[in-house]
Ligand binder design. Structure first.
Ligand code: PAJ
Length: 298
């Protein structure tokens, strides 16, 4: 039998493919939906780690097809932020996606044609917490997520609770613009010592890495005090700030105790509560949070 007569191996239906063109992604997604396949979508900016992996694995369990986008979105970075130096690790990302069971990586080169003018505003939700030091960030996030959801048209879109304000913004975006998919929030994945996993952790020197731990320690302290019956926001905030201030290279951006849906400040913890911290450790900005559900009124 000559080489060309040999039966060709049948293509693996689960093989991971990479799509670059938005139009091709949109076409493929439409065809998959027409075939009755459910699509789970995980938007990312790459530099993938175990936090992303768990989100992709959750999507894998709940859908026929899993699409992961990898796109470092320029409009969510402010002047002087790390857009240019943001880690780009496509090959390693591809391996992680394959291992986690993704079917399609959507990796567009550019989602902003010259002259593109339409942006999505999210009002005061984008002006508080991280929005104070990153004024155009959530406009950029909402805009790119709207574009991505319109291209992929997923049944379910998956986001991590680590970016709690982002999740609130996206739930609002999807509801207000009738984007017609379920938004699924996934649990925060941490390093064994408690540091929340982040693509930016790789910027930290060993000494900064140790100091960064104060963020999750402060949140642990808050959890402990709340379980012990302390519901006074000011007292909890002061206790957390004290833990953070012990680190010489850590600069607090905010320590906030807010309503988990409206992001409005609380004096007393009740109902659904988000306790969020943002801090710069050296030059690296990190965020983390804990949430409490259904706290009884004081
Ligand atoms: P990125 O920072 O790459 O994160 C992609 C998704 O992974 C987000 O939903 C984020 O919350 C989730 N994630 C990151 N670290 C996590 C952790 N430790 N545990 C659980 N989930 C985690 O967030 C973005 O990209 C962008 O803003 C994006 C939504 C893609 C828009 O550009």
């Amino acid at each position: 039998m000559s080489q060309s007569d040999k039966p060709k191996p049948s293509p693996n239906p689960n093989a991971l493919i990479v799509v670059n063109a938005p139009e091709e992604m949109q076409r493929s997604a439409r065809n998959l939906s027409r075939e009755g396949k459910s699509i789970g979508f995980v938007p990312t900016m790459g530099a993938l780690h175990a936090g992303h992996q768990s989100v992709i694995e959750r999507a894998r369990k709940e859908n026929d097809i899993v699409v992961v986008s990898i796109y470092v979105n320029p409009t969510q970075f402010g002047p002087g932020e790390d857009f240019l130096s943001y880690p780009r690790t496509f090959e390693a990302d591809e391996e992680l996606c394959e291992e986690a069971g993704a079917n399609i990586i959507f990796s567009p080169e550019n989602l902003y044609d010259p002259g593109s003018r339409a942006f999505v505003e999210v009002g005061e939700l984008g002006d508080v917490l991280c929005g104070i030091s990153r004024p155009s960030h959530f406009r950029g996030v909402a805009t790119v997520v709207a574009k991505l959801l319109n291209i992929v048209r997923p049944d379910r879109a998956y986001f991590g609770k680590k970016d709690a304000q982002q999740l609130v913004v996206i739930r609002t975006l999807v509801r207000d613009l009738y984007l017609g998919c379920d938004v699924v929030g996934c649990e925060i994945v941490r390093e064994p010592d408690g540091l929340a996993m982040s693509s930016r952790n790789r910027y930290l020197s060993p000494a900064e890495r140790r100091q960064a731990l104060a963020i999750s320690k402060a949140l642990e302290y808050c959890k402990y005090r709340v379980a012990d019956g302390e519901h006074d926001a000011m007292k909890l905030m002061e206790g957390m700030a004290e833990i953070l201030q012990q680190q010489p290279n850590l600069e607090i951006d905010y320590v906030a105790l807010v309503n988990a849906d409206t992001l409005e400040d609380l004096r007393t913890l009740e109902g659904d509560v988000l306790v969020a911290i943002a801090a710069k450790v050296g030059a690296t900005r990190l965020i983390d949070n804990v949430q409490f559900r259904d706290l009884p009124p004081a």
